[in-house]
Design a protein around this ligand. Structure first.
Ligand SMILES: *[C@@H]1O[C@H](CO)[C@@H](O)[C@H](O)[C@H]1NC(C)=O
Ligand SMILES: *[C@@H]1O[C@H](CO)[C@@H](O)[C@H](O)[C@H]1NC(C)=O
Ligand SMILES: *[C@@H]1O[C@H](CO)[C@@H](O)[C@H](O)[C@H]1NC(C)=O
Ligand SMILES: *[C@@H]1O[C@H](CO)[C@@H](O)[C@H](O)[C@H]1NC(C)=O
Ligand SMILES: *[C@@H]1O[C@H](CO)[C@@H](O)[C@H](O)[C@H]1NC(C)=O
Ligand SMILES: *[C@@H]1O[C@H](CO)[C@@H](O)[C@H](O)[C@H]1NC(C)=O
Ligand SMILES: *[C@@H]1O[C@H](CO)[C@@H](O)[C@H](O)[C@H]1NC(C)=O
Ligand SMILES: *[C@@H]1O[C@H](CO)[C@@H](O)[C@H](O)[C@H]1NC(C)=O
Ligand SMILES: *[C@@H]1O[C@H](CO)[C@@H](O)[C@H](O)[C@H]1NC(C)=O
Ligand SMILES: *[C@@H]1O[C@H](CO)[C@@H](O)[C@H](O)[C@H]1NC(C)=O
Ligand SMILES: *[C@@H]1O[C@H](CO)[C@@H](O)[C@H](O)[C@H]1NC(C)=O
Length: 748
């Protein structure tokens, strides 16, 4: 659509001539987009940017039209005194404060033959509605913009926001006629005064009544409701009307359908193959628009919580493109159209950011399983990772938690009784990897997919809940070695506990596994070792040459110069929390710049952000419930962006696609959807009273956070194990190392 929307429709005939004379150029253009016109699909902002601000509020419209350049949608309702206003629902109960202003205003009316109780706009005149404000009816969205915007008249949407196009949607014509109000007269009067680009309605008779009475700049669009619902003027279901698209062509130039008409889903939310409805509509000469897009609704599992993937499947699937999408989050389809369509997926990406998996593609498959690693590789991760734990028989394995209860079916196995409290680890009972042998684990347990957001009733792909096989470190290395990866990352935690309590030298075991697999000799893949404990990295540095990554496990806004000097002694890179880079409060970004990334980079330390996830719950609202927008913010260097060198993510596919985007190096010319969010911008536009309480500033990283005593020697206390001999042989090396470390420590 773009700003040229108006100009295009006004200059329609002229343009048509121009295009005819430019034959081949036009053909090229239409080969890019499989829309009816060959133009890019339109983005229609439902009630403005209603994913963030109350639907149909001034904020929502201004934000969608101004920065987002989207067509504005208004659901037109009528007041008692015949004013057209925009409200998302015929009942005002949930989307306004009407029940507070008029506590006794509830009424019962017939709406399309159904007795309906609530507050209705037809009971109030415009003056009475003067104290009624808009609210956010969807619970997962922020309530902090409620109660500030008054109800918006349709005329204001047509005149105020300079949107590229305006779309009026009209439902329940017959309901209003019960009150002697004429929707038709109202709409015709608006089209006489202003440019109305689209008028949609699910009522055949209403649209037929406009044919020939609105200018040919206005597109009439027939809206389909759910297939089983009966269209009031023909008494046919919408499903049966769909079978005769040529009849629709007699009174409309397009149709608007729920997205499930095009891409149906099963009852348990998996995608079925797409229907032929887009092709059918285009063959009938009808444009087809798809409705019901929102980044924060339960997307089909096939999209891995990635709304951009969903849009691309409607506009860039190789077979067809819809002519427009109706959405609560216009920024995501704008980006999909502007920067992520027609990508050359076989092209080598542009380097930064380094995409590091987090327990493999753990958003899609159980952590650290063969399937999670295979998916990470096919999804384009640069680095795949293994979090090392140890079994009772001394075998290093990849497992995201030392407690098998977190990531396996152990609680329903015969090993459930091994649950114990180990204060060094946590105060509640766990069943620990070091109390089961590798055989016990592989023969009796199944992996369990991680589910960080169960509290919010969001679960990761249920079909893969127990999918895949566990991996030993040696299996992981054998798998990774011949893949097209820039490296592997091995995470080592609790080296102290393992040495003292289990008699297991994890550092030596990891080095031995790398030696045995041939990794130490091969040079194409970088071996990264990550730990939150500096003494573990110090020991690795003493014994081998790897790329050492220090993970900061606390949120800090900057690092004292002396702490950076310390880190430089044992680390080659640093991974830091997302909050350290984008400080936030109550899920809103604060107007605070974190200097951490710049400070570390200035010292020659690349910085990786951990952990990114696609689920919208994991992000501040400023990222628009869009994992790609979030990655962009972390990666962009200018304009207050995070400027990180890499991302550690549960969903490598999303980060890899980001690297292929076609708007990467545009600098200041980048479209708005490729610019990082303005820190504190959403708090700024919030009513002072609604702002979350101030936060105490995040601390600095200091020397004492970084420095640790050296790793203790590996104790002799533990049982049998093939690799036990190895740890004993290495013991004297590690005592030596401890002594060296102590000297170094005293010299600092
Ligand atoms: C209003 O919101 C409540 C709670 O979300 C919901 O149960 C109810 O169906 C909504 N009513 C309308 C008219 O949307
Ligand atoms: C709006 O509220 C003010 C203050 O409470 C009150 O004086 C005024 O009468 C109200 N207006 C309407 C139309 O209810
Ligand atoms: C609508 O108009 C008719 C005829 O003018 C009148 O009889 C009827 O009472 C009116 N209904 C309402 C709800 O105002
Ligand atoms: C649109 O309407 C104008 C004036 O009625 C007419 O001259 C023009 O040919 C129409 N354009 C199209 C494409 O139908
Ligand atoms: C639709 O059905 C209703 C009730 O069955 C009937 O009163 C009405 O006349 C029908 N309308 C049409 C257009 O067939
Ligand atoms: C489709 O609708 C057209 C126009 O209303 C009508 O002439 C035709 O018979 C219908 N076709 C079918 C298969 O119902
Ligand atoms: C969606 O995912 C399910 C489960 O993985 C798969 O069976 C199905 O084929 C997928 N649907 C599409 C359209 O790819
Ligand atoms: C995609 O990129 C690859 C590798 O750079 C190149 O060989 C190929 O020609 C590109 N394909 C297209 C359609 O541009
Ligand atoms: C689990 O392992 C720890 C450390 O080796 C040992 O002390 C403890 O007895 C084991 N518990 C069980 C139930 O085997
Ligand atoms: C952030 O703070 C700076 C200075 O404190 C101020 O100039 C800027 O306008 C603020 N930005 C926002 C979005 O609040
Ligand atoms: C890091 O390791 C050292 C040496 O084993 C240990 O003393 C220290 O407690 C560890 N730090 C943390 C935070 O676990």
């Amino acid at each position: 659509m773009g700003r040229s929307g108006h100009a295009c429709s006004a200059l329609g005939p002229l343009l048509a001539l121009l295009l005819l004379s430019l034959g081949s150029a036009a053909a090229q253009k239409s080969s890019t987009w499989k829309t009816l016109s060959g133009n890019p699909p339109a983005v229609i902002a439902k009630g403005g940017f209603s994913g963030l601000f109350p639907d149909s509020s001034e904020n929502a419209y201004a934000f969608a039209a101004g920065s987002q350049d989207s067509a504005l949608w208004c659901d037109v309702r009528l007041t008692k005194d015949d004013l057209s206003i925009c409200l998302p629902d015929i009942k005002m109960d949930n989307c306004t404060t009407i029940s507070d202003v008029f506590p006794k205003g509830k009424n019962t009316y017939h709406v399309n033959g159904v007795s309906t109780t609530g507050w209705f706009s037809v009971d109030y005149d415009a003056a009475q509605l003067g104290n009624v404000t808009l609210t956010q009816p969807i619970l997962s969205r922020t309530f902090r913009y409620d109660g500030v915007s008054l109800i918006t008249p349709a005329e204001v949407v047509l005149t105020q926001y300079k949107a590229p196009a305006v779309w009026l949607n009209i439902q329940h014509d017959s309901f209003y006629s019960q009150f002697n109000l004429s929707m038709r007269t109202n709409i015709l009067s608006l089209t006489k005064q202003y440019t109305v680009d689209y008028i949609s309605s699910p009522e055949v008779s209403f649209l037929k009544g406009l044919v020939g009475r609105v200018g040919n700049k206005t597109k009439l669009v027939f809206r389909f409701l759910d297939e089983g619902i009966i269209e009031p003027s023909t008494n046919q279901t919408y499903g049966s009307i769909l079978k005769n698209l040529t009849s629709i062509k007699t009174f409309a130039s397009g149709i608007l359908v729920p997205k499930t008409y095009i891409s149906p889903v099963t009852a348990d939310n998996y995608l079925k193959p797409p229907t032929s409805v887009v092709d059918d509509a285009h063959k009938a000469g009808l444009e087809i628009y798809a409705a019901d897009f929102a980044n924060d609704f339960a997307l089909s599992y096939n999209y891995s919580y990635d709304p951009l993937t969903e849009y691309l499947s409607f506009i860039d699937n190789g077979a067809f493109s819809v002519d427009g999408v109706l959405t609560d989050f216009p920024i995501t389809p704008q980006a999909a159209i502007g920067c992520y369509s027609n990508l050359n997926k076989t092209k080598k990406d542009q380097g930064a950011p380094l995409v590091i998996s987090h327990n493999g593609a753990s958003g899609d498959y159980p952590d650290c399983t063969d399937l999670a690693y295979q998916k990470a590789v096919t999804d384009g991760a640069d680095v795949i990772d293994c979090a090392v734990q140890v079994t009772k028989d001394g075998i290093p394995i990849c497992m995201s938690s030392i407690d098998l209860k977190d990531v396996t079916t152990v609680v329903t196995s015969q090993f459930a009784s091994l649950a114990v409290v180990i204060e060094d680890i946590k105060p509640v009972p766990g069943v620990y990897t070091f109390n089961l042998t590798w055989e016990d684990i592989t023969n009796n347990l199944k992996p369990v997919i991680s589910n960080p957001w169960t509290k919010y009733k969001l679960s990761r792909n249920p079909r893969y809940v127990n999918a895949g096989n566990f991996m030993r470190l040696s299996d992981f290395l054998a798998f990774a070695k011949d893949k097209d990866l820039s490296g592997i990352m091995i995470t080592v935690e609790r080296a102290t506990f393992m040495a003292e309590k289990l008699g297991f030298g994890v550092v030596d075991a990891v080095i031995k596994a790398l030696d045995d697999s041939g990794y130490s000799k091969q040079t194409t893949q970088k071996v990264m070792i990550q730990s939150t404990n500096s003494s573990t990295l110090v020991k690795f540095k003493q014994e081998a040459k790897y790329n050492l990554v220090y993970m900061l496990d606390e949120d800090v806004k900057d690092a004292a110069p002396s702490s950076v000097a310390d880190i430089k002694k044992f680390a080659d890179a640093v991974s830091v929390s997302t909050t350290s880079i984008y400080p936030s409060t109550s899920n809103f970004l604060l107007n605070q710049t974190s200097h951490l990334v710049k400070t570390l980079q200035a010292a020659g330390l690349p910085v990786y952000a951990h952990v990114l996830m696609n689920e919208f719950i994991s992000q501040p609202y400023d990222f628009f419930s869009d994992a790609t927008a979030q990655i962009n913010a972390f990666v962009q260097k200018g304009g207050g962006g995070g400027g990180v060198d890499g991302v550690i993510t549960d969903f490598p596919a999303t980060a890899h696609r980001y690297k292929l985007n076609s708007c990467m190096n545009l600098g200041n010319n980048a479209p708005y959807y490729m610019q990082p969010p303005q820190r504190g911008g959403l708090l700024e536009v919030m009513d002072k009273a609604a702002q979350p309480p101030a936060m105490s500033p995040m601390p600095f990283l200091t020397d004492s956070d970084v420095e640790e005593p050296a790793l203790p020697p590996v104790s002799n206390t533990t049982p049998s194990a093939p690799s036990h001999a190895v740890s004993r042989i290495r013991t004297d090396v590690s005592i030596l190392a401890t002594l060296l470390m102590l000297c170094a420590y005293l010299l600092i």
